[in-house]
Design a protein around this ligand. Sequence first.
Ligand SMILES: Nc1ncnc2c1ncn2[C@@H]1O[C@H](COP(=O)(O)OP(=O)(O)O)[C@@H](O)[C@H]1O
Ligand SMILES: [Ca+2]
Length: 491
Amino acid sequence: MKEKNPWHTPVTIIITVIGVIAIVALVTVAVLQNMPLLQKYKYGIVLDAGSSHTSLYIYEWPAEKDNNTGRVEQKHSCTVDGPGISSYASAPPKAGESLRACMREAEEWVPKKRHHETPLYLGATAGMRLLDMENKVVSDKVFEAVKGALEKSPFSYQGARLLKGQEEGAFGWVTVNYLDDRLKQGLETTGALDLGGASTQISFVSDNYDGSESPSNSVTFRLYGNDYTLYTHSFLCYGKDQAQRIRLAEHTQSGPKIVADPCSHPGYSETKKYSVLYDSPCVSDRKPQGAPETFDHTGTGNFQECQEVVKKVFNFTKCKYSQCSFNGVFQPILQGPFGAFSAYYFVMDFLNLTDTSITLEDVKEKLKLYCATPWSQIVQQHPKTKPKYLAEYCFSGTYILTLLIDGYNFTSVSYSDIRFIKKIKGSDAGWTLGYMLNLTNMIPAEAPDTPPLPYAGYVSIVTIIAVLIFILFLVSVRPLWPHCSKQQQIV
Ligand SMILES: Nc1ncnc2c1ncn2[C@@H]1O[C@H](COP(=O)(O)OP(=O)(O)O)[C@@H](O)[C@H]1O
Ligand SMILES: [Ca+2]
């Protein structure tokens, strides 16, 4: 008679089926419980209302990683048509209207079901700081107008406000170091150099600065369990557009009809109004009395002379601290590397000077040749560049070098610690990302707890243990197996 297969007895079949079901259930529950949620994204929107223009940035991050790191990315940016909001002083409602096209674009980029929970911020910088100094009533009206426009959007409007210079510098530093993944890993940080139209910021961590000398320049952060004492300073009126005004004001104290400018190209000639040049708190107190209505701004294209006049924009005489940058402002010893963005990048990129491994002498030589190039040739070679920018690259390049070397004390050696950057890993360098990370509490003070095992390792271990338990179980119930009991009977 054919012997019955012991595995086919009802007891073993039941044990096996229950065991397999138990393993599948155990693994399924463990996996489901710990599985990352389906990739859903959250969004945040920040408007950078700068002195020359407004930009809107949309940021995106995986929904389950709110307070984790290095995951927020710029999804889209939109440049608002027209000038910065501070230019609407004579017609504030238009400042609000100007934002409409970009706000509509944002509605399309952010999924509709996320609109209501997407925070929306507007931060205004030096253009509004100057307008606020000049006429508080008008600057309030401009803010009212932009608030009105933003409140109408479907997003979660969180406020429109004037950023302090310190915040602008510090959040630029946070952005650069966040995107470079330096904060989470506690690595040496990168300093941040931001050049705008109306102000400029320098921010860095120096071993020689603990915040006690000139405390107004210190900002402290605790990020991912690390303490940082940041040195930061914002120079109002030292953005490149206002510095240009200060320099031209220097030239026009006697109210001349013709200004021969070494920082403009030979052959350049433009009629400009005194009232427009002096329409800024950075120069208004120097307006010459009895000057004609206009002057002819002509160029001579002499780099050395341009350097001399640009140097006069800075005051190097007084310093009540152990050391200063300029205008009597404390600055600790520079400690690199540095990322230089915004107008630093636009200008140096246009001039093909973003490579800081070339010597400073070579940089100056190239700028000298560029400044001496006739205006007609410049216009011909760059038909697509805005004439306003084109007319000023010689000045802007000279200003950047003077600011870095004479102003901040970069040397021919430390100049190579600077990287001129526009974007880091797809996100623009600037204060907006750092501002949003701060306001949404997305950078925790303490390092987040990380799971001891990666997800795949966790799943494998759960599966192996479950199988082992099952085998042990089978072995322990072996005496109940029909053929075993038979053998025992024989013995
Ligand atoms: N393509 C470009 N070439 C040269 N300069 C540029 C270019 N794009 C922007 N800029 C300049 O960059 C600066 C940006 O400053 P902005 O952020 O508006 O002012 P602030 O930060 O002082 O409030 C302005 O001086 C603007 O003219
Ligand atoms: Ca800016």
